[in-house]
Design a protein around this ligand. Structure first.
Ligand code: ZN
Ligand code: FE
Length: 259
């Protein structure tokens, strides 16, 4: 059986761990080694590999120390410079690991950074996606390097995955994303419902993640750029016509950047 868990790091990051019964554990985006080492000790797990989605320090800062201690393979984006990376991956590659026994498909997801990749495993008990800073619950990553068109295409790729996919995002931004969404669509029932659900999780000190892809398709405005209600709300707020879903997405991302 496989289990997974978001290890909290810094103020709002999660470093995902995925392990099997024999105690072999994958670590995704270890921005900091300390919370990872503590987690592995507590659960009596041995790391077997590191997966990296993109080059930002809060996702790679712990690689060196973990590698020094365990000499781990590091799988990451071929188009970015990741110190310590041993296995560069790109669109269409398959990553087959033995312990834990998981097969990931690599999906290019440019936008937040240009070389950003996501890891999708179809055949766990339920499909699972490690998507770094591309898709968040209720939001999406900032466009530090890519264009709105690139990010929209990346999100389209992710939203075509199975509805029951567990989406493992790397930041606890859900409450602030939903609060922003309500400034655009104050009475949207899906956003209100998800906001209540997340509030009760957070009150109990639980992560709002993983989220499910079907949930994000309902309550995440960044996956709803073809929603006419969203288009007309943004057009009214911005005082401009928005003629297609890219214009809607661009206006939404722009407002979030200024929020
Ligand atoms: Zn980032
Ligand atoms: Fe990040």
């Amino acid at each position: 059986m496989l289990e997974f868990f978001p290890i909290p790091a810094f103020t709002d990051n999660y470093i995902w761990a995925l392990w099997d019964d024999s105690g072999h554990c994958l670590i995704v985006d270890p921005g900091d080694a300390t919370p990872v080492e503590q987690f592995l000790e507590q659960r009596n797990l041995t790391p077997s590999a590191i997966l990296i989605t993109h080059h930002h320090p809060d996702h790679i800062g712990g690689i060196n120390r973990l590698k020094q201690r365990w000499s781990l393979p590091v799988y990451g984006p071929a188009r970015e410079n990741i110190p310590g990376q041993t296995h560069p991956l790109t669109e269409g590659d398959t990553l087959s690991l033995e312990a834990p026994a998981v097969e990931f498909k690599v999906i290019d997801t440019p936008g937040h950074t240009l070389g950003h990749i996501a890891f999708f495993a179809a055949k766990l008990p339920e499909p699972i996606l490690f998507c770094g800073d591309t898709l968040f619950s209720g939001g999406c990553g900032r466009l530090f390097e890519g264009t709105p068109a690139q990010m929209l295409a990346s999100l389209d790729r992710l939203s075509s995955l199975p509805d029951n996919t567990r989406v493992c995002c790397t930041h606890e931004y859900t409450e602030s994303n939903l609060a922003f969404a309500r400034t655009i669509l104050p009475n949207d029932p899906e956003i209100l419902r998800r906001q209540q659900q997340v509030a009760s999780l957070r009150e109990q000190n639980q992560p709002s993640l993983p989220t499910q892809l079907s949930e994000e398709k309902c309550s995440n405005l960044f996956l709803r750029s073809d929603d006419p209600a969203l288009a007309s709300a943004l057009a009214a707020l911005n005082g401009e016509e928005l003629n297609d879903r890219l214009a809607v997405f661009t206006a939404l991302r722009g407002r979030k950047d200024r929020a």
